[in-house]
Ligand binder design. Structure first.
Ligand SMILES: *[C@@H]1O[C@H](CO)[C@@H](O)[C@H](O)[C@H]1NC(C)=O
Ligand SMILES: *[C@@H]1O[C@H](CO)[C@@H](O)[C@H](O)[C@H]1NC(C)=O
Ligand SMILES: *[C@@H]1O[C@H](CO)[C@@H](O)[C@H](O)[C@H]1NC(C)=O
Ligand SMILES: *[C@@H]1O[C@H](CO)[C@@H](O)[C@H](O)[C@H]1NC(C)=O
Ligand SMILES: *[C@@H]1O[C@H](CO)[C@@H](O)[C@H](O)[C@H]1NC(C)=O
Ligand SMILES: *[C@@H]1O[C@H](CO)[C@@H](O)[C@H](O)[C@H]1NC(C)=O
Ligand SMILES: *[C@@H]1O[C@H](CO)[C@@H](O)[C@H](O)[C@H]1NC(C)=O
Ligand SMILES: *[C@@H]1O[C@H](CO)[C@@H](O)[C@H](O)[C@H]1NC(C)=O
Length: 264
């Protein structure tokens, strides 16, 4: 089970004395969706956002925390563990002054696909497969434009090496989840900046609602959030059309709500 959340709490008696607590919760060490993927992404996202909004996110205003449960828990175990971790979370967030918190869940739009659909993988003359592929449709999610975010992914690999002595594989550097962590952070920073002057009178729900029913443009890909706060994901639907078996770009794009695969 994937549970990586960013919890942000503001204490703003007035804007000049704003305090922001940013808490990342990472449940488990899975190399593709646990600590190894998420922690460097959070570091790089924070660094980039602090550069972009230096008057808001800086060492005087921000205190950062991580709640990290280690190991490789199964999905049900990880879910149970969250109940225990909620104590750790509230210890960090709710032990002092008034303020409000907003919860940003990381929602990777990529749906994992299994198997290898490469046409004519082993056989240059696979007539049976050729005919079969005519009735095959492929549903994909749009990936980030990796070449456009190479600075972000290589920064994550650097941080991973420097801070945790972990060398990220190529697959780990092309991790949809890490980019989704970055996007969640970016969305939070954008809305924080945008509503900065009004924070004094905002509630957590009020702050969260500023993310709803909007699209945030990002270098990575657009972040669409629906009217109830869920991320909307596009899918690309394509099929093999041409007589020679090559997959053509006869694709259609849909917007789709995320299905939590872990619940299936
Ligand atoms: C802010 O803190 C980070 C580490 O937490 C440090 O690397 C950086 O130099 C600090 N910046 C300033 C301006 O003190
Ligand atoms: C949660 O809090 C308990 C009690 O303070 C502590 O023993 C445990 O290590 C904490 N767990 C994490 C993941 O921070
Ligand atoms: C899929 O096929 C390609 C090309 O033959 C190969 O390089 C790749 O390792 C295969 N992937 C898997 C998961 O089998
Ligand atoms: C490919 O297989 C088909 C059916 O088995 C056969 O008729 C055809 O000659 C083969 N083509 C080549 C280039 O081997
Ligand atoms: C970093 O990891 C490598 C390989 O896993 C290990 O050989 C090396 O001792 C580690 N370095 C440090 C400073 O922990
Ligand atoms: C931050 O918000 C202010 C006020 O809405 C806006 O003028 C400014 O362009 C924003 N900064 C960034 C980097 O988006
Ligand atoms: C917050 O609400 C109080 C009371 O209504 C008002 O006096 C104050 O100007 C508001 N602050 C901002 C930043 O809107
Ligand atoms: C969402 O935004 C659209 C246009 O931006 C607006 O017409 C619609 O009423 C909004 N829906 C909700 C539930 O806020």
């Amino acid at each position: 089970m994937l549970v990586i959340v960013l919890l942000i709490q503001y204490f703003a008696a007035n804007v000049s004395s704003i305090k922001i607590k940013i808490l990342s919760v990472i449940n488990g060490d899975n190399p593709l969706y646990g600590f190894v993927a998420a922690a460097p992404a959070i570091e790089v996202a924070h660094r980039d956002m602090a550069r972009q909004y230096p008057h808001i996110l800086n060492n005087h205003t921000v205190a950062r925390y991580t709640v990290h449960s280690s190991g490789m828990p199964s999905c049900p175990d990880a879910a149970t563990l969250m109940l225990t971790l909620s104590r750790n979370i509230s210890d960090i967030l709710y032990n002092s002054e008034a303020g409000f918190s907003a919860y940003f869940s990381v929602n990777p739009p990529e749906v994992p696909t299994f198997g290898n659909l490469t046409w004519q993988k082993f056989d240059q003359n696979d007539t049976v497969a050729f005919h079969a592929y005519h009735s095959l449709a492929v549903v994909n999610n749009p990936n980030p434009k990796w070449e456009q975010v190479r600075d972000i992914t290589s920064a994550m690999a650097e941080v991973s090496k420097e801070r945790w002595n972990l060398t990220m594989s190529v697959a780990q550097q092309h991790n949809d989840l890490a980019i989704s962590v970055y996007e969640a952070y970016q969305t939070f920073a954008f809305v924080l900046n945008e509503s900065f002057a009004e924070l004094e009178n905002l509630t957590g729900v009020g702050f969260a609602k500023r993310c709803w029913n909007r699209t945030f443009e990002s270098r990575t890909r657009p972040v669409n959030i629906d009217a109830r706060g869920s991320r909307i994901n596009s899918v690309i639907f394509s099929r093999f059309n041409s007589p020679n078996g090559v997959r053509t770009v006869r694709s259609r794009s849909f917007k789709l709500k995320t299905v939590d695969l872990d619940m299936i």
